[in-house]
Every structure is written in structure tokens, then in C-alpha cells.
Design a protein around this ligand. Sequence first.
Ligand code: SAM
Ligand code: SF4
Length: 345
Amino acid sequence: MSIGVEPSTSTGLVDSFGRVHSDLRISLTDRCSLRCTYCMPEQGNVWLSRSSILSAAEIAHVARVAADLGVTSFRLTGGEPLLRVDLAEIVAQVAGLRSGGSPVEVTLTTNGIGLAERIDELVAAGLSRVNISIDTVRADRFLELTKRDRLADVLAGIEAAAGSPLRPLKLNAVAMRGVNDDELVDLVDLALAHDAEMRFIEQMPLDAGHVWDRSTMLTRDEILTVLGERWSLTPVPGRGDAPAERFELDAGPSTVGVIASVTAPFCGACNRLRLTADGQLRSCLFATDELDLRGALRTESLTDLDRDHEIADVLRRSVGAKKAGHAIGDPLFLQPVRGMNAIGG
Ligand code: SAM
Ligand code: SF4
């Protein structure tokens, strides 16, 4: 039910460059069952305090106001969202929302560990789709890359997703020179065997350890060259505001995607906002500032109406201040203080 914010496209989340924001990525936790080297350090992590983490009801509250302002798609991420015991409840609450008269879409980005045991309850709760991250199909390499011996659990998650009604199913891999660049074809084959689309992501400077180095990043062009040696690649038209460029493999119907955030940024079509697990709103992965929503959610003196207006105001201010792009190539580029696990990928 909508309370305080008038559903309106004219007052929707449009930034000063005319970009309409219809996608909210919600990080449910900064904690994780893995320690992917490009995302978070193995040790020495300083976790968000439990009391600062938004509850299911608080997340649903922000989502409701966002839906009233034109957000139609909600992606639950983290950290690892499957670590939240109330994940199905969050999915159910958000999936029950409508935006512009239509049901919203709720999707999940996960490392897949534990997905097999919970997929039925997530589907029943109204989950629309799932993206599963897998960077390698070799157990020894998986251990080296994630510091955990859990490849079998990830594969079980992919198997379960493939057997579920959640479609399209997407698998994500960060492509890294000297780490998994010899596995691009194997990863696509894994996806094809599970009726899924493999998507390769250029590594971004978002590791909590701040050790990103451009030279270890495999570029879009390099990825396409490797894939092009095995398949003919035909660009799929109509990318819209999607981060991934998609290509048909051998004239389709199977496809592969490349997310070239660094060498071919897609900021001009960005429609995304991000909510951290502790209730801070970010207009960009690379934003160095955040606006607080937790205060509005927890100030007891606010009426329901004032609270909705305050949340809407923060959403609008964040969008209003959004910059044109991330400027990773700029010599003055500053990596955000939070790592990817704490921002929400
Ligand atoms: N734990 C879940 C997972 O791994 O899918 C959700 C959170 S994770 C931060 C979301 C996505 O961000 C994953 O696909 C991961 O590979 C990607 N990611 C993390 N750090 C990255 C980086 N430095 N550059 C590019 N992608 C990154
Ligand atoms: Fe965890 Fe996902 Fe980050 Fe890997 S990429 S450490 S699975 S949050």
C-alpha cells in the first residue's frame, strides 16, 4: 500500500542529466561466506554493527517509497544475501509492491552457497530472477581466489537455479589476467550446460584491500578476442540501460555478456541507485559520498507521512546530486572507502 508519496513520473527519480532511475540495488549485509580477493580481504574486516543493519521491515519501507517514485526493479545483493535468515521475508515484502500500477521485479545476486536449500522458499516468496557468481570451475583455484573450499556448494546452487523456474539465469565472473583468463570458454560451457548466460565483468577498483591494478584487469576487447576464437559473436541489439553488452554465440540462441565498466563505461544510461546494508544511499558504485536513510527510518518522532516524505527527499537529493560518470580513468580518481562487499554489487 502506498501512503505518503504521490506515484508520479513527473516527480520521479530523474537526475540532472535526464537519467530516470528505476533500479534500486539493496545490500542486505556486508558479511560473506567467501573472501574473493578482488572484493574483500581475508582478514581484518571491520563489520557493520548488527544494530546498524536495516531490518526486513525497514528495507521494505524504503522499497515502497522508491516504488512510488518509479523504481520498478529491486536487486538484493551484499555481501552475501543468503546469509540473511530473513531473505525470503524480504523478497516477499518487496515483491508485493507495485510501481506505476505493475508488480515490481525482485532479483538476487549471490555466490550460490546455500541456494539449493532455499530456492523453493525464495521462488514461493516471489523472486523473479537470480544471478550467480562463479569465477572458476577448478576447485584448487576456487580456494585460492575465495579462500574457501566451497566450489561444490556454488555448483549445487547453479544446479538448483537451473532446475527452478527462475529465468533468465545469469552467471557472473570477474575476468582476471593470470587468474582465470584461461577459463573463459569453460565458464561459458558451464553456463550453456545450465541454460544460463555467462557474463564477464571487468575488474573494478572496489576491493576493500585497495589493491586493484589496471594491468591485472582483462579488458572487454581481450575477453571478446578469446571468446571469438571459439564462437562467432553477433551483437544483440537493444541494450537499453543494461550494464552488459550481449552477443549471440554462433548466431544464437545462446548468448554471452560482457560488462565493461572500466574500458567502456555505460554511465550515460545508468538508472541505478544503491542502498547499503546500514541504510546509506549511494547514487553510484564509485560515489565518495552517501546520504543517510537510516535516520529517517528510525526517528520515532516522525509521523508515517513525514517519514515517507523524508525518505523520498533523500532519494531525490541523491539522484539530484548524481555525477555524470565514475571517472576511473581520471588521475584524480578516488576509490570509495567501502569495498564492494559493503556497497553491494
Ligand atoms: N556475494 C554475492 C556475489 O558474489 O554475487 C553478491 C555481492 S558481490 C559484491 C556482487 C558482484 O560483484 C559479484 O558478481 C562479484 O563478482 C562482483 N564484484 C565484486 N568485486 C568486484 C570488483 N572489484 N570488480 C568487479 N566486480 C566485482
Ligand atoms: Fe563475497 Fe560476493 Fe564479495 Fe565474493 S564477490 S567476497 S562472494 S560479496
